[in-house]
Design a protein around this ligand. Structure first.
Ligand code: ATP
Ligand code: MG
Length: 332
């Protein structure tokens, strides 16, 4: 039976990238009668230092955003990772299955650490093993993520297969990444070769889900572009990362293809395209951000939803963890 799992870190303001690459797709999946489990991965967030009070706010804000983007906490399970102990426990077992060489190939660590690898937390380095545990402790089969997480889901597949092989069992299903549609790779507004991220120090690099209309319009107006008009076909965007990104964002928000966007705007200058994109983004985001604000006015209600979700998540995860421990040879 298909089971969907995905998570987002409460590591800052949610971006348009999180929305197009992840959030927006979650609500749709739950309506197909599939079991869906969505997590606020607070244990991942502390791989980079978080102010404790800010982390609590960000956790509630992310839970509110999930709901504002269409997730129904009755249909889906919505919870924060640290309330379900199986994640940490299975992560340890998987740490002992995964090889150091596999971890060393992970590009997200290299991107985040830059030249400072020695000064980063060990947690940031082993992050992919915790992510594998997140997915496998539910025996999830489908993992909807943005393009940047593909490598981590592939690692999860390798870890699952190695566990099954090392212990001679057919225990963990091999999960599939689900990376579909436009908007699975939204780039920074300042640099078309860099991913838009909520942890990017430059607020101008991203559109936050909670930005107001003027801020969104200003960020798009100032977004880096080139001096040429838009091409009439997608091929014309090949060597124009910034132009391609803005067209992709438009396509993602309007839920149409890149070719459709270029049919409408091909031959036009950014002076005309950017205001159209800003309007589209504002119209799309405004209802979401006001719904987030409305939900955040009742933090106790959010905490209650998370606690209830954690209970339901634990009911699935605990027996799978118990079986994994038994396979490994732990006495109970
Ligand atoms: P951080 O900078 O803290 O890593 P992030 O913006 O990368 O934050 P994550 O919590 O790491 O967000 O990722 C949550 C989900 O959003 C993942 O499925 C990820 O693939 C997706 N995602 C993140 N950034 C983008 C992006 N720029 N375009 C499309 N999807 C994205
Ligand atoms: Mg990330």
């Amino acid at each position: 039976t298909p089971r969907v799992f995905s998570g987002i870190q409460p590591s800052g303001n949610l971006t348009l990238g999180n929305y197009l690459g992840a959030l927006r797709r979650f609500g749709k999946m739950q309506d197909d009668g599939i079991e869906t489990i969505y997590c606020v991965v607070d244990m991942h967030a502390i791989t980079v230092w978080q102010d404790p009070a800010a982390l609590r706010n960000q956790t509630r804000e992310l839970a509110a955003a999930y709901i504002a983007c269409g997730l129904d906490p009755q249909k889906s399970i919505l919870f924060n990772q640290s309330q379900v102990p199986a994640h940490a426990e299975l992560a340890w077992i998987l740490n002992c299955v995964v090889r150091i060489g596999w971890m060393s190939r992970m590009t997200q660590f290299k991107d985040k650490a830059g030249k400072n690898a020695e000064k980063m937390s060990l947690g940031l380095y082993v992050y992919p093993a915790l992510m594998a545990a997140d997915i496998l402790t539910y025996k999830a089969t489908h993992v909807p993520v943005g393009e940047d997480q593909k490598q981590h889901v592939e690692l999860t597949r390798d870890v699952a297969a190695k566990f099954n092989h090392d212990y001679g069992v057919d225990f963990f299903p091999i999960p599939d990444p689900v990376i579909e549609g436009t908007g699975t790779r939204v780039m920074s507004l300042r640099d078309g070769n860099k991913k838009m991220s909520k942890s990017d120090p430059s607020d101008k690099s991203r559109i936050n889900l909670i930005d107001d209309a003027d801020t969104i319009a200003a960020k798009i107006r100032k977004a880096k572009t080139d001096p040429d008009a838009l091409p009439s076909e997608a091929a014309g965007l090949a060597d124009r990362p910034e132009a391609r990104n803005l067209v992709n964002i438009y396509a993602g928000l309007a839920d149409i293809s890149v070719d459709d966007v270029l049919r409408e705007f091909g031959g036009q200058q950014f002076g005309a395209f950017k205001p159209a994109l800003a309007d589209l983004a504002v119209n799309h985001m405004a209802p979401i951000s006001s719904e987030i604000a409305r939900l955040l006015a009742q933090p106790d209600e959010i905490d209650r939803i998370l606690a209830n979700g954690a209970e339901r998540a634990d009911a699935i995860a605990a027996p799978i963890l118990a079986e994994a421990k038994q396979i490994v040879g732990f006495i109970k």
